[in-house]
Design a protein around this ligand. Sequence first.
Ligand code: FMN
Length: 278
Amino acid sequence: MIDASKLYYNRYGKNSDLDLSQVDISPLLKSILSRASVRKFLKKPITKEILTLLLASAQSAPSKSNLQQYSILVIQDTSIKTEISNLIGNTKWALTAPVFLLFLADIRRNIKISNDRGYKHKNNNVDTFMNGVIDAALSMQSMIISSEAMGLGVCPISMIRNIIQEVKFICNLPKGVFPIAGLAVGWPDQKAPVSLRLPQDIVTHFDTYKEDNLDQKINEYDERVFKIAPILKEKQRHVDLYGVAQKGTWSENISRQLSVPERENFKKWLKGHGINLE
Ligand SMILES: Cc1cc2nc3c(=O)[nH]c(=O)nc-3n(C[C@H](O)[C@H](O)[C@H](O)COP(=O)(O)O)c2cc1C
């Protein structure tokens, strides 16, 4: 039997108050609890049959009103991969995966369907933007879960949004269609470490939202992360602005990251690309 208490420990760096060792969990739950992003891939292809089933799993995700406001772009062509690889800086490794996908929020298709049927589409707004992003994200997550359950490794890639204008041209993305993230998928060539998550008593709230003892709980989480995987200077954010942090903790690093605006022009870009955010 799979020992779920160990999987819990590995995810949080501490034991649960409950005895989880006797819970009979499925191999799928084991795969989800022990997952980690993979950034090194074997030069081994993914068969068309497997890819087809993984894409079906992506489309099996729930979708707001079954509006299915997303698309998936499968990039296998070497020249397109090279073009993106040349633009994406030190995320080049992602394009070495046998399959590189773009998960796209897609409000275009339903506008066209409505117009073709003589209706005026009156929902190009922030709610539809959000629904499209959620649909795309859920389908990506389904793809992640099913890929990992098949022994593949994956890594989502938001860096793709740093080169969104270039990707738009390379991949011929029409107005109303934009990538929420890329996803590198391949057979793993590394055993990626499980990264610790915030404890459940920070992230999960029962009945009402509470922030009791947040500082103390964050400090304790920082200590657990620091013990297992301290954030070394090469991985620390904005060392150029703030110097090397004496203690490479999670909270220090995310605070530094969030102190510098990322993708400031994204809203403007979306508006110019047919996404109305009113
Ligand atoms: C939307 C999204 C975008 C991401 N973009 C990148 C990326 O551009 N480069 C990268 O190396 N990892 C990226 N990641 C992976 C995260 O860094 C990773 O999930 C996080 O550090 C937790 O590690 P784990 O997935 O191994 O548990 C992304 C993850 C998500 C969900």
